[in-house]
Ligand binder design. Structure first.
Ligand SMILES: *[C@@H]1O[C@H](CO)[C@@H](O)[C@H](O)[C@H]1NC(C)=O
Ligand SMILES: *[C@@H]1O[C@H](CO)[C@@H](O)[C@H](O)[C@H]1NC(C)=O
Ligand SMILES: *[C@@H]1O[C@H](CO)[C@@H](O)[C@H](O)[C@H]1NC(C)=O
Ligand SMILES: *[C@@H]1O[C@H](CO)[C@@H](O)[C@H](O)[C@H]1NC(C)=O
Ligand SMILES: *[C@@H]1O[C@H](CO)[C@@H](O)[C@H](O)[C@H]1NC(C)=O
Ligand SMILES: *[C@@H]1O[C@H](CO)[C@@H](O)[C@H](O)[C@H]1NC(C)=O
Ligand SMILES: *[C@@H]1O[C@H](CO)[C@@H](O)[C@H](O)[C@H]1NC(C)=O
Ligand SMILES: *[C@@H]1O[C@H](CO)[C@@H](O)[C@H](O)[C@H]1NC(C)=O
Ligand SMILES: *[C@@H]1O[C@H](CO)[C@@H](O)[C@H](O)[C@H]1NC(C)=O
Ligand SMILES: *[C@@H]1O[C@H](CO)[C@@H](O)[C@H](O)[C@H]1NC(C)=O
Ligand SMILES: *[C@@H]1O[C@H](CO)[C@@H](O)[C@H](O)[C@H]1NC(C)=O
Ligand SMILES: *[C@@H]1O[C@H](CO)[C@@H](O)[C@H](O)[C@H]1NC(C)=O
Length: 430
């Protein structure tokens, strides 16, 4: 690890005094360029940790156009006023047993992660070339051989922003995440823009490679994202409020998801004030779907659970363009249940309520005649569901015109055309 000092007109500062000068006006920030070992036999994580530690409080961490080999977990916390420029690649190691044993807890659903990053006023810029690469091709082949392919304990998210506030992540790409690309938890007032996620497997297709999941977070804007993946394009989970998803393109995944939620018995969780605008979908399953657990608890998270309470409300989507949707454009299933017991449980008893949800403006093509497939709880029916300015066509040119529903009250702008199927589902329809 070398130090790179910035020479100023009136001061040359060192690693020890640089931090104190960096915050002063007129002083250029201290720069810590992370040196790459150049071989995956040497772990670059210690050099990365050191750069963050030396350049915290006003400095600038630089990853130049090299490949940085990350062979051990990163837990970078307590950042304050720091600029991070990533020109090169951070490539995660292929030692699956190491990651299963060492990945860090995320703090929800027994999920875990390879990289925790937290702090205030953190500005990460990938300048369109910087990228994080999970080496996921190894994981996608491995998970297919496991008995539990969904939420395997210890399979890590590529990065977790935990307690990130007043921050900007920009111009960064994420390739072949080990599992979910990112989790955003306990984070507020931050923007992630000009983001490319490409989890398309080179050997086998990827699974459970969500673009992002938000939890216990507020005022998060995701703008100009492009996501190629094999699960939820973006998922909004427990206690997410004021989340915006703007000007983005989603390929091949399941579309924007709400949930799953209601997985923790007796726990009160909400999702409120979602805004989605100007989105293009290509070959996704849905444009928008919501999934809640039933009132019956079967097992524990991540793959079991149920019996949660709360509500999702004030979720509005505008100006959606779809190409070749594979399922209902808008789907609700309140019958998510223990993966090991698909036949057990009641699909209409969820205590989690869905209300005040709308789509204004959705056009394009679908292979499904279902505009809507809304399977709601009889105990807590879905209310105030609006669908307007919808123009979806099948490949033969005729309109997609099926609106299936169960336990929907106050439909606005549409009429139910038939009864929805009731059955266990993790992806919105049965
Ligand atoms: C990255 O920085 C290191 C250390 O300064 C230098 O040796 C290397 O040549 C740089 N690589 C690139 C691609 O800029
Ligand atoms: C190092 O790179 C080689 C070649 O790409 C790869 O086969 C090996 O699995 C990598 N090892 C680690 C620990 O990432
Ligand atoms: C992971 O843990 C297992 C079981 O404790 C152990 O056998 C294995 O050596 C560990 N592997 C690594 C790479 O830490
Ligand atoms: C990360 O480090 C912080 C600060 O030392 C610590 O409080 C936290 O428990 C660590 N997180 C994980 C997931 O290990
Ligand atoms: C939760 O994760 C831990 C560590 O990865 C694992 O040992 C445990 O079996 C997991 N629990 C469940 C219910 O999956
Ligand atoms: C939301 O976050 C942005 C920064 O991303 C900030 O400018 C704005 O003031 C925040 N809004 C509220 C209501 O806190
Ligand atoms: C959107 O993000 C992509 C990177 O994924 C970038 O190339 C493009 O310039 C961005 N578009 C705008 C309008 O900033
Ligand atoms: C995504 O990755 C796949 C597999 O490597 C590749 O074929 C494709 O060109 C990539 N797409 C983009 C937009 O990067
Ligand atoms: C989630 O939000 C609800 C209110 O909307 C609150 O009652 C609950 O305590 C929050 N849960 C956590 C773990 O913060
Ligand atoms: C709708 O979204 C598309 C991108 O998907 C954009 O080109 C168009 O300008 C948007 N229309 C309006 C009225 O914002
Ligand atoms: C896999 O799932 C089964 C139930 O479906 C469970 O009994 C087993 O403990 C799980 N194994 C792991 C490693 O999570
Ligand atoms: C399922 O729950 C609903 C709502 O509580 C109830 O009306 C119905 O009888 C239950 N069905 C069965 C098969 O228990």
């Amino acid at each position: 690890m070398r130090y790179y000092f910035t020479i100023l007109p009136f001061a040359i500062f060192s690693a020890t005094n640089g931090a104190s000068l960096a915050g002063k006006p007129g002083n250029k920030a201290k720069v810590c360029t992370v040196e790459a070992s150049g071989t995956n036999l040497t772990d670059d994580a210690p050099a990365i940790r050191s750069a963050f530690s030396r350049c915290n409080h006003g400095g600038n961490v630089v990853f130049n156009a090299s490949t940085y080999y990350v062979n051990s977990v990163l837990n970078i916390t307590g950042l304050e006023n720091i600029k991070i420029d990533i020109q090169g690649k951070l490539l995660w190691s292929t030692d699956i047993q190491y990651w299963l044993n060492h990945s860090l807890p995320v703090g929800y659903q027994n999920q875990s992660t390879a990289f925790v990053l937290s702090g205030n006023n953190v500005r990460i810029n990938g300048h369109g070339t910087g990228n994080l690469d999970g080496n996921g091709d190894y994981w996608y082949q491995w998970i297919k051989k496991q008995p539990n392919t969904s939420n395997y304990p210890g399979r890590p998210h590529q990065i977790t922003f935990n307690g990130l506030t007043n921050s900007v992540i920009k111009g960064l790409s994420f390739f072949r995440s080990q599992m979910w690309t990112m989790s955003i938890i306990n984070s507020h007032n931050s923007i992630l823009e000009d983001i490319l996620v490409n989890n398309t497997g080179n050997v086998v297709s990827s699974s459970n490679t969500d673009g992002a999941n938000t939890m216990f977070s507020s005022n998060i804007t995701m703008k100009n994202w492009t996501v190629y993946n094999g699960d939820d394009s973006i998922a909004i989970k427990a206690n997410s409020t004021n989340i915006s998803i703007l000007d983005s393109k989603f390929y091949n995944g399941l579309g924007i998801a709400i949930g799953s939620i209601g997985q923790y018995f007796g726990r009160f969780e909400t999702i409120q004030h979602l805004r989605v605008e100007n989105i293009q979908y290509v070959n996704t399953l849905h444009a928008f779907y919501m999934k809640t657990w039933t009132a019956d608890q079967n097992g524990y998270p991540p793959n079991g659970g149920g019996g949660g309470i709360g509500f999702a409300e004030d979720l509005y989507l505008k100006n959606l363009t779809v190409l070749g949707l594979r399922g209902a454009a808008f789907a609700i299933s309140q019958c998510t249940r223990f993966s090991g017991a698909p036949g057990v449980g009641n699909c209409t008893n969820s205590q989690f309520q869905i209300r005040d949800v709308g789509i204004d403006g959705m056009e394009g093509t679908s292979t499904s005649s279902r505009v809507a497939s809304l399977q709601c709880s009889a105990e807590k029916p879905c209310t105030d569901i609006t669908l307007e300015n919808v123009d979806l066509k099948l490949s033969n040119g005729s309109a997609a015109d099926s609106y299936l529903c169960g336990n929907v009250v106050d439909a606005k702008g549409w009429d139910c055309t038939g009864k929805v199927c009731e059955g266990g589902s993790a992806t919105g329809e049965c």
